[in-house]
Design a protein around this ligand. Structure first.
Ligand SMILES: C[S@@+](CC[C@H](N)C(=O)[O-])C[C@H]1O[C@@H](n2cnc3c(N)ncnc32)[C@H](O)[C@@H]1O
Length: 311
């Protein structure tokens, strides 16, 4: 890979991930409360919505969501591992165990299984965006000696966590990290596998998505593989369109939980990551980028797909 400026991976950056219950959070919550009071329509009654807003300020994950309207690598890993460091509030417990967000944990485990099959002697494996890089670091490399693990993320803080993760897993000697934009990788034909989870859902422009996949294509060796997740458009809520009630069964989420989810992620947090793509669109973008789509695998309910595409 071409050298770039070395990232300053200092602990001090982490204050942006671990947000304290401070004045800035209270001010932000007051602004959100004003917006909610003026909203013409809310998923839940206003008093319930405001109560949830109060509860979100009680724990770090909730505060991070309020401030950032999405997840970084640290909190994605926190949700996937579901290993809180201390006691959790009832709302955090719900987010970690009953929400749609935590359903992505199942997909993370399918991802891991698919990656395991690609760990071979001499393999160069990349995670883009790597976040804390659990996808490649929580693997068993005991049967191989010569392998390379490369983590690329635009966020220095996430890369700092990933470095620490690699050390804890005893994999530092095999890992390299770069703070880079995934659209400007500057890598040519180096990787046997690229895994990419959690970036395309922040991008709404189809052309930018094709460009992202082209950047991955260029970084792979001929015959190399891309493992990619994407979010398919969910049906309208069953209380809005009862004809879609059956489609919601795939998500296996009770209506009360779905209402709470939409209230938190939609009305309160207004998450920025909800850019959905249909399978046809993802296939077309990958093909335009030069890939051959080999498989699109869904979970048992028929949601949360993973694509395998080959260069
Ligand atoms: C939801 S996290 C997913 C991280 C990891 N793949 C996982 O599954 O845990 C999204 C990550 O994308 C990174 N990111 C956002 N924009 C990026 C860009 N243009 N290039 C590279 N990484 C980016 C963020 O810093 C963050 O770590």
């Amino acid at each position: 890979m071409e050298p770039t400026t070395s990232p300053a991976s200092t602990i001090s950056h982490r204050t942006s991930t671990r947000i304290s219950d401070d004045v800035a959070t209270k001010e932000l919550a007051a602004q959100i409360a004003d917006r909610l009071r003026q909203a013409e329509q809310l998923v839940l009654p206003l008093d319930e919505t405001l109560d949830i807003l109060d509860q979100l300020q009680e724990f770090e994950l909730g505060r991070f969501l309020l401030h950032n309207r999405g997840l970084n690598g640290y909190w994605t890993s926190y949700i996937f591992r579901n290993a809180p460091e201390g006691p959790v509030t009832p709302l955090e417990h719900w987010l970690l165990n009953d929400s749609l967000l935590c359903q992505a944990r199942e997909r993370y485990h399918r991802f891991k299984e698919e990656i395991a099959g690609r760990i071979t002697e001499g393999a160069a494996l990349a995670s883009i965006p790597c976040g804390v890089m659990d996808d490649l670091l929580q693997q068993d490399y005991s049967g191989v000696e010569d392998f390379r693990i490369v983590g690329i993320d635009i966020d220095e803080e996430s890369v700092a966590y990933a470095r620490e993760n690699a050390e804890q897993r005893g994999l530092s000697a095999h890992t390299e990290f770069e703070v880079r934009d995934a659209w400007k990788l500057g890598v040519d034909g180096e990787f046997d596998l690229i895994v990419s989870n959690g970036l395309n859902m922040y991008e709404s422009d189809p052309q930018r998505l094709t460009d992202l996949y082209r950047s991955f294509h260029q970084a792979l060796r001929p015959g190399g593989r891309l493992l990619l997740s994407f979010l398919t458009p969910p049906p309208p809520p069953p209380w809005v369109a009862p004809e879609h009630a059956a489609a919601w069964e795939k998500y296996d989420i009770p209506e009360a939980d779905l209402r709470r989810e939409l209230s938190i992620m939609g009305d309160i947090v207004q998450v920025t990551y909800l850019n959905f793509s249909a399978e046809d669109e993802v296939r077309a973008q990958l093909e335009a980028a030069g890939f051959t789509v080999q498989a699109v695998r869904y979970n048992a309910g028929g949601v949360l797909p993973i694509v395998t595409a080959v260069k």
